[in-house]
Ligand binder design. Structure first.
Ligand SMILES: Nc1ncnc2c1ncn2[C@@H]1O[C@H](COP(=O)(O)OP(=O)(O)OP(=O)(O)O)[C@@H](O)[C@H]1O
Ligand SMILES: [Mg+2]
Length: 375
């Protein structure tokens, strides 16, 4: 029986040689240069770009001919890649693995992992190459897993304590209301005002506990067929009211003829309210909140609702955290709004996207279409 190394040696010796081998290599390189999710920069001994793959051209928004023959450092400067992801030290043998790079492209940022390697001929360095792997999707998935673990822990704590908090709250509220009445009877306005504040703070704690309960175990979801616009119409007056306080104009663009969605109306209202509230709160000095319904051939089984604001946007390093429970930049915020939204949308088998730059922020909620018979 042939052992493993012998079998390998035999298979290598039967590999095509000469022109045929070159043809295979050429085919491989051509294919490799057009692959999605992986990029290549090939550099000569002067650090000039010899070849570039499609992925990198598309990230830079340039044609291949606009990239090749340029000196890498000068090119990084021209496209605004600062700090430079690597330098000439690569040619001197400073290779690297898994160097991370965030490449911003308009509103989107791509998380890339870079491997840099030197090329040698007879021991002499002749150039280098750098592989770029787009790991945005993988990292997003890992983050999702971490986040849902965190949500689970919060859920367990919440389930155990929320009811215990709520019961005394109900008693306190009841007594406060009684106290308020007798203070009114005695014309004790100032004291009555204090009690009013206590009552409204109690309401806030109550809302917080309700959010907790929702995170812990979503109540039973009743998914029925409905029009996304109908759900929105029911809460639009509330959003418009809030907008007035912040000098924000709400522009709503319904799209007639969209398929119905499958959702739970009360839960969905909560999602839309939270997104509307966040957008309005972001525009303290006034602005526009655009709410738009649409569908896309890329997501044929889903319907989308977009909330776009003209606020200051979310800094790139914060964008990853906005769905984290308790992440807030507001003095009075709980940081539960978006994690509740995400939980609900996931439970409805939809997804929620965010993009942001200095001109504003966009949240898109995708919800599954109703596939049953239409009437
Ligand atoms: N449209 C937006 N524009 C700018 N920043 C936003 C926007 N939406 C959310 N954020 C950021 O995300 C953070 C988290 O939002 P989230 O709704 O989870 O909590 P919150 O609004 O701070 O508190 P709560 O919703 O409990 O009142 C906000 O504090 C804010 O920094
Ligand atoms: Mg919020």
């Amino acid at each position: 029986m042939m052992d493993e190394p012998a079998r390998l040696a035999e298979s290598f010796s039967s590999y095509p040689n000469g022109p045929e081998r070159e043809r295979y290599l050429r085919q491989f390189v051509t294919r490799f240069l057009t692959m999605e999710g992986i990029g290549l920069l090939l550099l000569d001994s002067d650090f000039r770009i010899v070849e570039v793959s499609e992925m990198i051209c598309s990230l830079a928004g340039l044609q291949r001919t606009e990239v090749v023959n340029r000196f890498a450092e000068e090119w990084f400067g021209a496209i605004g890649l600062q700090p430079q992801p690597f330098d000439r030290s690569l040619l001197e043998g400073q290779t690297f693995r898994n160097r991370s790079l965030i490449w911003r492209q308009g509103k989107h940022s791509h998380k890339l992992m870079l491997d840099g390697e030197i090329l040698r001929e007879k021991g002499v360095g002749t150039g280098a190459f750098v592989l770029f792997r787009d790991v945005s999707h993988r990292m997003a998935l890992e983050e999702e897993v971490r986040r849902s673990d965190r949500l689970k822990t919060i859920g367990q704590i919440a389930a155990g304590t929320a009811h215990e908090i709520r019961n005394p709250l109900t008693a306190i509220k009841g007594f406060m209301q009684l106290l308020s009445k007798s203070l009114i009877d005695r014309d004790m306005d100032k004291e009555q005002e204090f009690v009013g504040i206590v009552l409204s703070e109690l309401d806030r704690v109550n809302d917080l506990v309700s959010d907790f309960l929702l995170l812990s175990k979503p109540k039973e979801i009743k998914q029925v067929s409905m029009k996304i616009g109908e759900v929105l119409q029911e809460i639009l007056p509330m959003i418009r009211n809030e907008a007035l306080l912040y000098n924000v104009t709400v522009l709503y663009y319904p799209k007639p003829g969209l398929s119905p969605i499958l959702a739970d109306k009360e839960l969905l209202k909560q999602v839309f309210l939270n997104l509307g509230k966040n957008a309005i709160e972001a525009m303290d000095g006034g602005g526009n909140l655009i709410i738009r319904e649409f569908s896309s051939p890329c997501e044929p089984d889903k319907i989308a609702l977009e909330f776009r604001d003209t606020g200051p946007g979310i800094p790139a390093d914060v964008l990853d955290k906005v769905f984290d429970p308790f992440f807030t930049t507001k003095p009075q915020g709980t940081g539960l709004g978006l994690s509740v939204c995400q939980r609900i949308v996931h439970d409805l088998r939809g997804n929620i996207e965010v993009a942001s730059d200095r001109n504003g922020t966009q949240f898109i909620v995708w919800l599954p279409c109703f596939e049953g018979p239409t009437d």
